[in-house]
Design a protein around this ligand. Structure first.
Ligand code: KIV
Length: 286
């Protein structure tokens, strides 16, 4: 089905030259996708952060292609105008180009995504090229790349030394040459975010990468305040939904326990004649 105002890749890329910031938010299920659509968010990202945010794991390394496919399918059912991007999880593109293209293809064919996101720098530029060659649009992800947390020593800001800043800049340029249509910049100093944004022709979407990126991305649960973990510096909580949700649950529990739920208007009744006959028959039997 073609949707007339669907945000296409060329339109998204034009946003950089137009100077119109891009919004991207994670979505892992159908109701969130519907909410994000209603809010007019440009890109729905089925991030492998779902391993932590939804599945309660310590990091993203255990997320599988099947899990991303499963959640992307749900999000695809709620998506209308936004671009839908599925994350390529750990080991889904690290083994060889063939399996990388196959796994990326599953995100498009089976899950209904428009594009995939790949945590990759120069080291995996050839793999990105192979995915792009297969006509699968790729969004790159550099800076703090959670697949490499063991090597990076945890969820830490990247690019603070001259060498590391230059490496990240070279990663951005290599990915642009490999054909990515956009770049996520995670947890890098603002000056480096600006330099990369000025150096590449594709839009940059920052998360903890400062104010000069062409767009910003946050995790849905962080925006609406459903997360309990310590808030990273770059997260802004726009609401605190945890408290009203807890209040609603406490009220439900209280009213069930006090037999105040359900009330008259929340129950179904039998037609009076059926109720009468049923009672009569039951009385005769007992
Ligand atoms: O997995 C994810 O949610 C991400 C975003 C934080 C960019 O990669």
């Amino acid at each position: 089905m073609t949707v007339p105002d669907r945000l296409t890749l060329p339109r998204l890329i034009d946003r950089k030259t137009e100077g119109r910031p891009i919004t991207m938010v994670t979505a892992y299920d159908y109701p969130t996708a519907c909410l994000l659509e209603e809010a007019g968010i440009d890109i729905l990202l089925v991030g492998d952060s779902l391993g932590m945010v939804i599945l309660g794991r310590e990091n993203t390394l255990g997320v599988t292609v099947d899990e991303i496919v499963h959640h992307t399918r749900a999000v695809a059912r709620g998506r209308r105008r936004a671009l839908l991007v599925a994350d390529m999880p750990f080991l889904s593109f690290h083994v060889d180009r063939r399996s990388a293209v196959r796994n990326a293809g599953r995100m498009i064919q089976e899950a209904g995504a428009d594009a995939v996101k790949v945590e990759a720098g120069r080291k995996r530029a050839r793999i990105v090229e192979a995915i792009v060659d297969a006509e699968i649009p790729v969004m790159g992800h550099i800076g703090l790349t959670p697949h490499a947390i063991q090597r990076l020593g945890g969820f830490k800001i990247q690019g603070r030394t001259l060498d590391r800043a230059e490496e990240i800049l070279r990663d951005a340029e290599a990915l642009e040459r490999a054909g990515v249509f956009a770049l996520v910049l995670e947890a890098i100093p603002e000056e480096l975010g600006r330099l990369i944004t000025q150096s590449v022709r594709v839009p940059t979407i920052g998360i903890g990468a400062g104010r000069h990126c062409d767009g910003q991305v946050l995790v849905f649960h962080d925006i609406v305040g459903l997360e309990q973990r310590k808030k990273p510096r770059f997260v802004r909580r726009y609401a605190s939904l945890r408290e009203p949700m807890l209040e609603a649950l406490a009220a439900f529990k209280r009213e069930v326990e006090q037999r105040r739920f359900p009330a008259d208007e929340e129950v179904y009744s039998l037609p009076p004649d059926v109720a009468h006959t049923l009672r009569e028959r039951h009385d005769q039997e007992s």
